[in-house]
Write a protein that binds this ligand. Sequence first.
Ligand SMILES: [Zn+2]
Length: 200
Amino acid sequence: MLPPALDKVATLLSRLPGVGKRSALRWAFHILAEPPAYAEALRTALGELLEHVHFCAQCHHLAETELCGICRDPARDTSLLCVVEGVPDLLALERTGSYRGRYHVLHGSLAPLKGVGPSQLRLDNLESRITQDGVREVIVATSADVEGEATALYLAKRLAATGVSVTRIATGIPMGGELEYLDDHTLSRAIAGRIRLGGP
Ligand SMILES: [Zn+2]
C-alpha cells in the first residue's frame, strides 16, 4: 500500500519513545512533503551524529572528543562524583547550577527482573576513577523507584571497600520520580539534603 522506502522510515521512527505507529507515519509524510533539502540535512545530521558523538572515556557522558567538556573542565571539583542513570539526568543536574563536581553515567539501572545486572552498567572504571581523582564523596543520584534504590544500595555495598563516602540525594523526590522531570528548585534541594549510605 505504501512505497517500502516510506514504510521503512515510518517503522524506524516508530521505535522512538512516545511515537506511535500513526504519528511515525505522519512524520514520514511530513519529511517527504518538505523540500528535499530537509531530508538531505537530516541524513547529514544523522551521519555526523554516528561519526562524531560517542561516550566520554571517563564519565560516559556524550562527547565529540575523547573526554567530555565536564571532564576537561579544570574548574570542576574532582573530589565529588555524582552517579546518574542517564544523560538526561546529568543535564537536569547541570541546569540547577548547584553542583560543581564531576559525573559518572551508568546508562541504566539495576533491574534483575529485566535481566539488567551490574555488568550491563558502565561501572568498570568507577573504582579507578575514585582512586585516581582522589574522590571523597560519591553522590548517588538515581531515580526514586525500585530500580534506582536497588542501584544505590548496590553502589554503597560495592564501594564500601574503597573507603569513600557514599551519599544519596534526599528523598524530597516523589516516589517513582525521575530526575529529569524535576524542577530545578526541588532538584537543588535534593542535592543539598543528601543522606549518607556508607563510608566515612
Ligand atoms: Zn566525561
